[in-house]
Design a protein around this ligand. Structure first.
Ligand code: B1M
Length: 211
């Protein structure tokens, strides 16, 4: 039985090479990529978040842990994507203007890629007009907006407004998510859907696109 605590602890302590090694070991021992992600990496990141909240961790420790998480995710990405077949739809995903958090957004992108979606990753601090361009120039069928800060949630509303102003709103579905985001907020700003985590983001995307 793979020792997930060892993996989570390495991530919490920011030991990137150990995280990479243990992620590879877990897969070699037959653990599923989904289990390695949730029981190992996300579990560790949750502890980091809790410690950051309690002022036991400061920004440098969080960044080092985030880098360790990326190391593990690099190993998992091809495995998570391997289940995919032909792209089922084109998704433009990004963290909204003013917001630099990308770990959750990357997880959502990875899970969606694994489910067969073609992903256009616009990165972080993405301006409303960049999302509009993804619909007009790259024919995205679904826009995914991520926000981790209460102060950047209004940028989700502004993005939807820009889609309407540019006449593209009718061509695309909009899904939102991120720790402070709720279904109520989604309803309030006129998004088409909300998902609380990466796994349900895949289900919601499929429902929204009628797949
Ligand atoms: Co930031 N940060 N941070 N931070 N940070 C939070 C979010 C915070 C809650 C910490 C705290 O105070 N407890 C707090 C926000 C408070 C608030 O607004 N309510 C906060 C703050 C205040 C800040 C700064 C302002 C700190 C400062 O400088 N004073 C600053 C802002 C910078 C900016 O963005 N402009 C800042 C900076 C940073 C770092 C750069 C140090 C680093 C980011 C590194 C990176 O992303 N590359 C960081 C981190 C790591 C965090 C915490 C610790 C962890 C976030 C994370 O990655 N979680 C976070 C505390 C916490 O969450 N407990 C915190 C793991 C990730 C897997 O979860 O992103 O929630 P999450 O994603 C989930 C779901 O939300 C969902 O699926 C994902 C997987 O299940 N999801 C979607 C996400 N997007 C989705 C989209 C969807 C659907 C689902 O559809 C489209």
């Amino acid at each position: 039985m793979f020792n997930y605590e060892e993996l989570s602890t390495a991530l919490i302590n920011g030991k990137a090479p150990v995280v990479r090694e243990l992620t590879e070991k877990a897969l070699a021992e037959g653990e599923t990529p989904q289990d390695v992600l949730t029981k190992g990496l996300v579990a560790g990141m949750n502890v980091v978040g809790q410690r950051f909240k309690n002022n036991e961790f400061y920004v440098p420790e969080v960044l080092i842990a985030a880098r360790a998480m990326k190391n593990g995710m690099e190993i998992l990405k091809p495995q998570l994507a391997a289940t995919g077949v032909e792209p089922v739809a084109k998704v433009a995903i990004g963290t909204v203007r003013g917001d630099l958090h990308d770990i959750g957004k990357n997880l959502v992108a990875m899970m969606m890629e694994g489910a067969g979606f073609e992903i256009i990753d616009l990165g972080v601090d993405v301006k409303p007009e960049q999302f509009v361009a993804a619909v007009n120039d790259k024919q995205a069928n679904l826009i995914c907006l991520s926000a981790l800060l209460t102060t950047t949630m209004p940028a989700m509303k502004e993005t939807i407004q820009s889609l309407s102003d540019s006449g593209t709103r009718g061509k695309v579905k909009v899904m939102i998510g991120g720790a402070p985001v709720t279904q109520n907020y989604s309803d309030e700003i006129g998004a088409d859907g909300y998902a609380p985590d990466a796994a349900s983001a895949v289900d919601s995307a499929k429902t929204l696109l009628g797949l």
